[in-house]
Design a protein around this ligand. Structure first.
Ligand code: GLU
Length: 387
């Protein structure tokens, strides 16, 4: 623990060592009190990015705000909620160009160029698309352009949506091999209690064990305009920490905080990825990037064998399956209470798994004779247990 606390005093040196930074900008950061896009906020954010660029850092922005900008364009009261998904998708389609126009005009003042990158969950979960997206972003960075990423809301339907841009940016970190993740929101970082309710809430400077911190974190806060609350930011920091990347959660509203940060002074909360929490890239992808096609409910014995003995999932331990999947598709493995404890790649089509569930290898052989179906449903090397 001690070595991490040392960061508080040595933050400048630490910050100087971070070259490629992904910055997530929440909707609230970009709006004024009336819920409209606020030019001074864009000015502050673009100024902040410019000062990082002047330090020879590479910056990738993940910006929300399209839906709010679209509502504004269509003259809809920003406080109104309860819209359907197609309505929100239409708002995003209207607002995304407005958002980009604002970024572009403020970055131009610093002579900086921008590019719009819209991603769907498939772009990070399908290997080929992942590589394409990565190559494009690298090319933009090579040309000194600032990629501004958002979810492609117009084509993302619920099942394949990122739960919010906090999650999207956490997955972008892996995509671009980032050194640091900064989440800018309308709060000044993490507090020990909800600062909107408790006046005596104290800021938390450093979190060393994010996994445990999330377990004990209670938070009722949720922003009106954005999708995530503090818990979602902490979860994004957890995904980052699992990839060995640290996160700063700070205010993007407060110019002073941004100035401080760009001068290498720690403000907000630093979430440190301890080597204890780091998992390899393949496991990270299985747990956080892979898309789920079906679910397999396994019995207690199978769960114990997978979790404690690092065994594969065999047909005998399967109680039921949900959804249709093919060999090679992503599946979640659940216990009988519906808790996901593992994620992996199916070794068989769901039709075959249905036929052999609950049977031992011997029973499968007797029942299916020469049509042989393997009893191996998910191989241990293609599976990762929920951390
Ligand atoms: N993609 C949405 C937008 O641009 C934001 C999602 C979020 O707030 O996380 O409005």
């Amino acid at each position: 623990m001690k070595e991490y606390n040392g960061l508080q005093n040595n933050f400048k040196e630490y910050f100087d060592s971070k070259r490629r930074i992904v910055i997530k900008i929440g909707t609230q950061v970009l709006l004024n009190e009336e819920g409209k896009l606020s030019p001074p906020s864009f000015k502050n954010i673009c100024g902040f990015v410019n000062s990082l660029k002047a330090q020879k850092k590479e910056v990738i922005l993940v910006s929300s705000g399209a839906i709010a900008a679209g509502k504004d364009m269509l003259g809809i009261n920003p406080e109104t909620g309860g819209f359907s998904i197609p309505q929100k998708q239409a708002f995003a389609a209207c607002g995304q160009p407005v958002l980009m126009k604002n970024y572009d005009s403020f970055f131009k003042r610093y002579g900086l160029k921008t590019a719009q990158v819209l991603l769907t969950k498939e772009d990070v979960s399908v290997r080929k698309r992942f590589t394409n997206a990565r190559n494009t972003i690298y090319e933009l960075l090579n040309n000194g352009v600032i990629p501004i990423i958002n979810e492609n809301d117009t084509v993302s339907y619920e099942e394949i949506k990122f739960s919010d841009n906090d999650q999207l940016s956490a997955l972008v970190l892996n995509l671009v091999c980032a050194d640091l993740f900064i989440i800018l929101s309308n709060v000044k970082g993490v507090f020990d209690k909800n600062p909107n309710i408790y006046k005596n809430a104290k800021p938390v400077k450093i979190i060393n064990d994010i996994k445990n911190y999330i377990k004990n974190f209670k938070d009722g806060s949720k922003s009106i305009h954005g999708t995530g609350g503090m818990k979602s930011k902490l979860y994004a920091a957890f995904i980052a920490a699992s990839a060995g990347i640290d996160t700063v959660i700070a205010s993007g509203k407060d110019k002073k905080s941004l100035d401080f940060l760009s001068e290498g002074k720690l403000c907000g909360t630093l979430i440190v990825s301890s080597p204890r929490n780091k998992i390899n890239k393949k496991k990270h992808w299985l747990l956080f990037g892979m898309e789920k096609t079906g679910e397999i409910v396994a019995d207690k014995g199978a769960i114990e064998a997978i979790t404690f003995q690092n065994k594969s999932l065999l047909a005998g331990g399967i109680i039921k399956i949900k959804g249709d999947f093919k060999k090679g598709d992503g599946v979640y493995i659940l216990d009988e209470n519906g808790t996901v404890f593992s994620k992996g790649i199916a070794n068989l089509d769901s039709d075959d798994v249905k036929k052999i569930k609950g049977l031992s290898a011997e029973e499968i052989k007797i029942k299916f004779g020469k049509d042989k179906i393997s009893s191996l449903v998910v191989h241990k090397d293609k599976m990762a247990s929920n951390v």
